[in-house]
Design a protein around this ligand. Structure first.
Ligand SMILES: [Zn+2]
Length: 316
């Protein structure tokens, strides 16, 4: 995406997308680009004093409000009219703008509509529909699309030095919010849960029906985390497949969708998990080459190689 701020600069941007879609990083880059002393094609140089100060959040013309209440808004409004100290602009970089209380958002409206000429607001949100519509309509909206969770998990796993499975689980169970997922990876529970999920996936893929029902009973003890667990199980099962079978993909999708409906409707949750696990087991059973490394399998041929750490002998 060509930086919007490379051409005519608006006075308010709202970088909006689901958690982890990149809006926070882009907002930080936008703030740097707006204050950089030698931007190139709208991108910050990354090396000048201004860029370094933005990165350290010490630039005198950069405001990064921490809170979302009326007091914070009042402090920002009081600072707005003061002319920039170093350059020609003053940037207000405000994350998670959807968290503004209605009172705070309303107090901010007029200034977002008609700020001093040198002020640029750069807002972000992980929940675009939760932003007060009157505030949203005063901003130039920059939409961000969700990135695949697996890509984000891979980055997180590399940064944290953990297994991909643990990072994927940490993201899913924390609503895809990277900071919380990163913190969760440090908790012993995270690795233990990820390992348990790998074992359940192995039981569904390689075990008998009794193993599948046993897995359902174990998941029922996870309480509210079981919904996230079902999501991650499907991901694990799909990763074990050799090739991409559209019929089976549809099977996984339907099994998960039906489970979610039952789960959210607060139907008998233990039963919902049993049905889900039994269906996953059945879908995996139809697979001719489960357990084979991608590209190595052929119908009717089962290899023991390429199995994850949760692999276990074929069950009853
Ligand atoms: Zn710079």
């Amino acid at each position: 995406m060509a930086p919007l701020w490379s051409r005519r600069v608006s006075h308010a941007y709202l970088l909006a997308g689901p958690p982890g879609a990149g809006q926070r990083e882009a907002a930080q880059a936008a703030a740097a680009a707006l204050l950089c002393r030698q931007p190139r094609e709208g991108a910050p140089c990354g090396t000048c004093a201004a860029c370094r100060q933005v990165a350290a959040r010490t630039h005198p013309d950069l405001l990064v409000p921490e809170g979302h209440g009326i007091d914070t808004v009042r402090r920002v409004l009081a600072a707005l009219p003061l002319r920039p100290q170093l350059g020609s602009r003053k940037v207000v970089l405000w994350f998670d703008i959807d968290r503004l209380t209605p009172q705070a958002a309303n107090a901010l409206l007029k200034s977002v509509e008609e700020p001093p000429a040198f002020v640029v607001f750069v807002f972000t949100t992980d929940h675009p529909t939760a932003v007060l519509s009157t505030l949203r309509s005063r901003c130039r909206i920059v939409p961000f699309r969700p990135r695949p969770r697996e890509d984000r998990a891979r980055e997180l796993a590399e940064a944290a030095g953990t297994r991909l499975e643990a990072a994927f689980w940490a993201l899913r169970v924390n609503g895809d919010a990277a900071p919380q997922a990163r913190a969760y990876l440090d908790e012993p529970a995270c690795a233990a849960e990820a390992e348990a999920l790998s074992q359940v996936a192995a039981a569904l893929a390689h075990g008998g029906l009794v193993d599948a029902l046993d897995a359902a009973r174990r998941l029922a003890e996870w309480g509210d985390k079981a919904e996230a667990a079902a999501d991650v199980l499907i991901w694990l099962l799909r990763r074990q497949e050799a090739g991409d079978d559209p019929a089976r993909r549809l099977g996984w999708t339907r099994a998960l969708a039906d489970f979610r409906r039952a789960w959210q409707a607060n139907a008998n949750r233990s039963l919902a998990l049993e049905v889900f696990c039994a269906r996953c087991w059945a879908i995996a059973r139809r697979a001719p080459c489960l357990g084979a490394p991608a590209g190595a399998g052929r119908p009717g041929h089962r290899t023991t190689g390429g199995r994850g750490a949760g692999g276990r002998p074929r069950g009853r």
